[in-house]
Design a protein around this ligand. Structure first.
Ligand code: GLC
Length: 433
């Protein structure tokens, strides 16, 4: 009996791993990946009941708020200023090409009408509006893509098998029922993929809640991913698990770091060949924090975007909208500044890939065909050596003015004669190869 069971288990496992290896992205999916890489810049929005407390999206866990008390916030959820068109036009003016919004974060509250739980913005609040629907419609009107964040973990539902976070919310672990919870998630995902038009990506988060289980936790991702790709083949799947990507995933996500850097401690994984995305906070929080006005300066944000592009990655820059439904004034200010820069220099970012010159402390390169853009972000000298691995340069010019730039051939590259130490946010030199 034991032997038969073992055999069955082994067969099942090899079937699952076969299914994983067998993932072949469709032509639509491959095309969407290219477009995603061309887009380069998205805005992340963390919004939910937690925004009302103003202490970040982890407040339920951090304050050990009881799972029966926390939902009472829903009764006061009335973001009277919420205007999806206002959000989308401010975001679009920043040059971002897509918006990723939290449809349901770890607190379990859904920002959309769902048939499988009344704990959502339509049924549980006096506001009674489907935030995702309004945002999806506005995105369509403004021609910007919509990506949907979805939490795998839940701090409020009793059927969710408790992981290493949200242990102080008072749920009993005994009622855990993985198959009920898995069904619930798949029904919600089906709603998200059938009620709101084309979805650019599903952005999963929370896998790590079970990364320390004694017995490895099976999230049944291959089946869930297959379901998503069946509903919308072009929909990209990303999972913020901080691991190398699993089969079925279409993009690789890095949290708070650029690929290959690991300052925040969540990005030690190696870089795959999938399209890359780095998500970063605009201040120090994802969800609205009433005490956090530590917004990064426009220059720092532009450098983030440029350095991401130079590393062949997209930047997904986060904003935490206020309880009123407004985007914070400081966030609007930063969106405007990035937009002004992108209006002038976006051509050196959109549609490019990381260039043949590897990232350096002084800056990065981006490339489209035979045009190589040298982004000088931090250089203390008036001359700069550009290693080109022997590639010949036909012409060098200052991108902003189009004027020729002098250079001399040095070793396997060239030395640019910048004339003076550059002080621009990003001094861009265009090389024609
Ligand atoms: C983390 C956090 C989460 C946030 C996400 C964004 O995984 O748990 O609150 O939504 O990062 O990258």
């Amino acid at each position: 009996m034991k032997k038969t069971l073992l055999l069955m288990a082994t067969l099942l496992m090899s079937y699952v791993s076969l299914a994983q290896e067998a993932y072949r992205p469709t032509a639509e999916n491959l095309k969407a990946r290219e477009q995603f890489q061309d887009e380069k810049f998205g805005i992340f929005l963390h919004w939910g009941l937690y925004s009302m407390i103003g202490a970040g999206e982890w407040v339920m866990n951090n304050w050990n708020i009881n799972y029966r008390e926390y939902p009472k916030l829903a009764k006061a959820f009335y973001p009277s200023d919420f205007n999806a068109d206002a959000w989308v036009s401010a975001i679009k003016a920043s040059g971002a090409k897509y918006i990723t919004i939290t449809t349901r974060h770890h607190d379990g509250f859904s920002l959309f009408k769902t048939a499988v739980s009344t704990y959502n913005s339509v049924d549980a609040t006096p506001f009674k509006r489907d935030i995702i629907k309004e945002l999806a419609d506005a995105c369509k009107r403004h021609d910007i893509k919509l990506h949907l964040y979805y939490s795998h973990l839940d701090w409020g539902r009793e059927d969710y098998p408790m992981g290493r976070t949200g242990r102080g919310t008072g749920r009993s672990a005994e009622k855990a029922d993985w198959s009920a919870y898995y069904r619930f998630m798949n029904m919600q995902l089906t709603e998200l993929l059938t009620h709101y038009g084309p979805v650019g990506a599903i952005w999963f988060d929370g896998w790590w809640d079970h990364d320390s289980d004694a017995k490895p936790f099976d999230w049944q991702l291959p089946e869930q991913y297959a379901m998503i790709h069946k509903l919308q083949p072009q929909c990209l799947i990303g999972n913020n698990h901080h691991q190398i990507p699993n089969a079925g995933e279409d993009i690789q996500i890095f949290e708070r770091d650029l690929p290959g850097e690991n300052k925040a401690g969540l990005s030690g994984q190696s870089i795959s060949r999938l399209p890359l995305e780095s998500c970063q906070t605009i201040n120090d929080h994802w969800g609205y924090s009433i005490t956090d006005s530590n917004y990064k300066k426009p220059k720092e944000l532009i450098h983030m975007l440029v350095r991401a592009a130079g590393k062949n990655a997209n930047l997904l820059l986060n904003i935490g909208p206020e309880p009123s439904g407004d985007l914070p004034a400081l966030a609007l200010d930063r969106l405007k500044a990035i937009g002004e820069w992108m209006n002038r220099y976006g051509n050196t970012i959109y549609g490019t890939r990381g260039g043949i010159v590897a990232p350096h402390d002084w800056g990065v390169s981006t490339q489209r065909g035979n045009r190589l853009y040298i982004h000088i972000l931090d250089c203390q000298d008036a001359n700069l050596f550009i290693p080109l691995g022997g590639r010949k340069v036909k012409r060098a010019s200052v991108y902003a003015t189009g004027k020729r730039m002098n250079y001399t051939k040095t070793g396997d590259g060239i030395t640019l004669n910048l004339g003076k130490v550059p002080t621009d946010i990003d001094y861009i030199v265009e090389l024609t190869l």
